[in-house]
Design a protein around this ligand. Structure first.
Ligand code: BF8
Ligand code: SF4
Length: 656
């Protein structure tokens, strides 16, 4: 393709058609002028494979790969005889395994760090929230009274390690769930043992010639997904809080306008908070600041993206430049002097865009290199060696900036850091912290229910638009929204993470928000912090009045712009925990097959939640609201609707 043809092709994509994020639009237009492509352009040029999209193909052995017909799914079987239900349940199982492995690996890294801190081997980090440590230890049955913090911490490490390595028995955090939910899991035979064992078992059960009954494989799918939510992710969140602090509300700035023309700009993008924490220390080092100033910069500006960014936005108020679909676009500003990445959701496409605009891109984690991108390994025993050298390279790049700088002006404010602990405190106050006020407001109908709107952005749908429209519709209908992951940044850019957004809520929710001074949309953190939502729903059940299990609650979850296997694992653990969960974009199961019916109807009959799917945000909202109202009715909470104003005639009748 000639250069002109390429420019013409790029310019045929209208930025406003693919994203509502103003700054991303501006940078896409600039990229097109510069002849640079991003995932938006590649998605437009590459139609999703219709067979793969529906999971109607299998390449688990060399007798295949086999393709079935997603329009007529029972017309063919694979060479080995595998049916559509076998093929798509195996594919789904492997997605869950990969997603669970990612969160579990992240959690295990946090555990290793915690162990190193407790043993004294790692000196650059410390326990910063002893209160949380004691509370979690107590929950897991570890004696805490009159004991030294380090002794409690050691026992906690041993107990939490079971999450990964235990061969028999139940995951430690299973006991956090309501008893009825635990019983339902035991009855279904899906209580996870240790995450490594469950992931291994999925891999063997999906090998050619193994588990060829989707209704049996679903047990392992659920067991593995639960090992993510109540295991890997929950441990990652709890250790994150113990080491880096439990979040409490903090006002933060988001969007590309957080970059500064006259400072050295460094972006951290990825997932593990240890790299970011060390980078905070590096950018505050007087020696490095002096070097930056000597290079002509007014300072060093540290900014986050994706989930790493959310970890430190929620805990320290570090500015956030944007979500997953803005990571290439932000480099087009030319203002990013260095970007350091660790694990997960790092597009390989970043390498080329960074190269075009002279940004120094570094990988830092032994598990995630990118071909051609320099690697500076991050080691927890000497974290500053990595982060200091990234700062040095950024300063060098600042001094030799060759590309025009074009920073979009827009930045937005939001309130972040609503841990479930803080929600407890916010609603109940210091001395009687509890979820009772939330339950009361749900029971009296001011709040109809709670919705989790979470997850990625994806170039197959208009970036941020589905998230924003969906959340607006939910709060307008008096549904309180909680958020994690990239979705939270979509809503922050739309201004909905502020208490002032209460005017967009229905009258009941608005009243509660105004009384408490909270936004109608609460940001809970990164994707592993979906475990905070699990803990919050446990607290709701415990506070009483809304049933005995998670499945009884008037709650629903959505990932309307999801893209990753991690999102699939998260969706599955919410479903297995009892939550109605709806995804957008596309769904990797052929409709009306037996496996589809099991996931979309059958699991609910076992006391779990269920999957649903819709693309349009208003359809998604309608389905979530209908589910919440159904749960309210089952709890007998729909009576308030029937309550009529007592007229004079009725009153006279009562009086007499
Ligand atoms: O774990 S929301 S795009 S960044 S997968 Fe990735 Fe999706 Fe963002 Fe964090 Ni979660
Ligand atoms: Fe085909 Fe069966 Fe091999 Fe899959 S396992 S590729 S369906 S022969």
């Amino acid at each position: 393709m000639s250069k002109n043809d390429k420019l013409q092709e790029l310019q045929s994509l209208v930025p406003a058609d693919v994203t509502i994020c103003e700054t991303t639009q501006q940078m896409l237009a600039k990229a097109h002028r510069d002849g640079v492509d991003t995932a938006f352009d590649r998605a437009a040029a590459m139609k999703a494979c219709p067979i793969g999209e529906k999971s109607a193909c299998c390449k688990h052995c060399a007798m295949g790969p086999c393709r079935l017909n997603s329009k007529d799914p029972y017309s063919k079987v694979g060479v080995c005889g595998a049916t559509i239900d076998t093929i798509q349940s195996r594919n789904f199982a492997r997605m869950v395994a990969s997603g669970t492995a990612s969160h579990t690996d992240h959690g295990m890294e946090m555990l290793n760090l915690f162990k190193g801190v407790v043993s004294g081997e790692i000196k650059d980090y410390e326990i910063s929230d002893t209160e949380k440590l004691i509370q979690v230890a107590g929950e897991l049955g570890i004696a805490t009274e009159d004991r030294e913090i380090n002794a409690i911490a050691r026992d906690l490490c041993t107990e939490m390690e079971k999450t990964y390595t235990q061969l028999e028995g139940e995951l430690p955090f299973i006991k956090r769930a309501p008893l009825k939910t635990q019983e339902m899991w035991r009855e279904a035979g899906v209580v996870p043992r240790g995450a490594m064992r469950e992931i291994m078992e999925i891999m063997t059960r999906t090998h050619m010639g193994m588990d060829q009954d989707y209704s049996n494989l679903i047990k392992q799918i659920n067991r593995t997904a639960l090992a993510d939510g109540w295991g890997g992710s929950m441990v990652a969140t709890e250790i994150g809080d113990i080491l880096f602090g439990t979040p409490y509300p903090v006002v933060g700035e988001v969007n590309m306008g957080v970059l500064k023309k006259d400072e050295v700009n460094i972006i951290i993008h990825g997932h593990e908070p240890n790299l970011f924490d060390s980078m905070i220390a590096s950018v505050n080092d007087p020696e490095l600041i002096a070097k930056a100033e000597a290079a002509g910069a007014k300072g060093i500006n540290l900014v986050g993206m994706c989930c790493s960014g959310l970890e430190m936005l929620s805990r320290r108020g570090v500015p956030h430049a944007g979500n997953f679909m803005s990571t290439e676009a932000v480099l087009v500003t030319g203002a990013v002097d260095a970007m350091a990445v660790d694990v997960q959701c790092i597009k390989q496409g970043l390498a080329k865009v960074a190269d075009c605009y002279g940004t120094k891109l570094f990988t830092t984690n032994p598990r995630a290199h990118i071909e051609g991108v320099p690697h500076i390994e991050f080691e927890e025993n000497y974290p500053r060696e990595c982060t200091d050298s990234v700062v040095e390279m950024a300063i060098k790049r600042f001094a030799g900036r060759e590309h025009p700088i074009d920073i979009p002006k827009r930045k937005d404010k939001g309130v972040f850091g609503f841990s479930h602990e803080y929600i407890n405190y916010m609603l109940g106050g210091t001395f009687r912290g509890s979820y009772t006020p939330l339950n009361d407001n749900i029971i009296n109908g001011r709040i109809r229910g709670v919705a989790g709107v979470v997850g990625c952005t994806n170039p197959r749908v208009k970036q941020d638009w589905v998230h924003v429209e969906l959340v607006k519709e939910l709060i307008k209908n008096d549904i309180l929204v909680v958020q994690t992951g990239c979705s939270q940044i979509s809503l922050a850019k739309a201004g909905l993470l502020t208490p002032e957004a209460a005017h967009l809520a229905g009258p009941g929710l608005a009243e509660v928000c105004e009384t408490v001074g909270m936004p109608p949309v609460l940001g809970l953190g990164a994707c592993v912090d979906n475990s905070r939502i699990l803990t919050a729903v446990c607290n709701m059940v415990a506070a009483g009045g809304l049933g005995d299990s998670i499945a009884d609650l008037p709650v629903a979850g959505a990932a309307p712009e999801y893209m990753s296997e991690k999102a699939i694992a998260i969706g599955q653990y919410f479903v297995a925990s009892g939550v109605y969960t709806i995804f957008g974009v596309t769904f990797p199961i052929v409709e009306q097959t037996k496996f589809h019916k099991l996931m979309f109807e059958g699991l609910e009959k076992q006391g779990m939640g269920k999957w649903d799917f819709a693309v349009d945000p208003h359809d998604i909202a309608a389905k979530m609201i209908a589910h919440i109202e159904k749960k309210r009715a089952a709890l007998g909470l729909d009576k308030d609707k029937e309550r009529v104003l007592v007229g004079m005639d009725d009153r006279r009748a009562i009086d007499s």
